[in-house]
Design a protein around this ligand. Structure first.
Ligand code: FFO
Ligand code: ATP
Length: 192
């Protein structure tokens, strides 16, 4: 059962961070995303990975097209989220960026519903979005629980990405919230 106080804290933090993000991304999003990209491709977990699962960043998120393109050009298998129901998503393989020309749930570019499914056991490394997070790897998402469900049993390393300007001292943590082992910002890499 959700604890009412924590739920309220998350709601209120989402409101504050959405406003901060709306201010941040139009002005600094492109530069921030490039810095985050540079740090991501330097991670040993990325360099070693053969199969990458990475979100497709939209407007007020880190732009991940740089990473998706890099991974495809360097021979990695690349999968992105496809929302399949409330709070549920699957990793689906894409052969190139043209496979992301359709808009899916919430206006996010998604592969076609018949794109091949990637079993979670086959993921070597994943890159995950957030509205904001803290340096301990606690992330706040949009509240759908998509990543908490998906990463609940993850045995692979994964990182959340967040501009340093949107980091918060502490994200309220509920029992089902997963903790990112790595936080990559535009200014550094934090291992939790
Ligand atoms: N790029 C990206 N892909 C993702 C996620 C994400 O956060 N970012 N998700 C992570 O869970 C899942 C989709 N979940 C989402 C749940 C709610 C909203 C949402 O409410 N967005 C807007 C409203 C969009 C609209 O105007 O309709 C909002 O925040 O106000 C977005 C994504 C899977 N794919
Ligand atoms: N592993 C899980 N199993 C069942 N329900 C879950 C699980 N994880 C989260 N939920 C449900 O999902 C809802 C949203 O959770 P939360 O607010 O933590 O989402 P979020 O992390 O902000 O969003 P997202 O993961 O989509 O970015 C909660 O009401 C919770 O009950």
């Amino acid at each position: 059962m959700p604890e009412p106080a924590l739920l309220e804290q998350k709601k209120s933090l989402r409101r504050t961070v959405r406003a901060a993000a709306a201010d941040f991304y139009p002005r600094h999003g492109a530069a921030s995303s490039r810095e985050i990209f540079t740090r991501l491709i330097s991670l040993p977990e990325y360099q070693a990975c053969r199969t990458l699962f990475c979100f497709v960043g939209t407007g007020h998120e880190t732009d991940t097209f740089l990473l998706l393109r890099h991974a495809l050009q360097h021979g990695r298998r690349v999968a992105v989220p496809l929302c399949t129901g409330p709070g549920r998503m699957e990793a689906r393989l894409i052969p190139n960026l043209d496979a992301l020309s359709a808009r899916g749930a919430y206006g996010i570019p998604e592969p076609a519903p018949d794109a091949p499914r990637l079993a979670l056991q086959e993921i070597d490394f994943a890159v995950v979005p957030c509205l904001c997070c803290d340096r301990k790897g606690h992330r706040l998402g949009h509240g759908g629980g998509y990543y908490d469900r998906c990463l609940e049993h993850a045995l692979f390393p994964w990182t959340v990405v967040c501009p340093e300007a949107l980091l918060v001292p502490a994200v309220p943590v509920e029992p089902w919230d997963v903790t990112a082992p790595i936080v990559v910002t535009d200014q550094g890499v934090y291992r939790t």
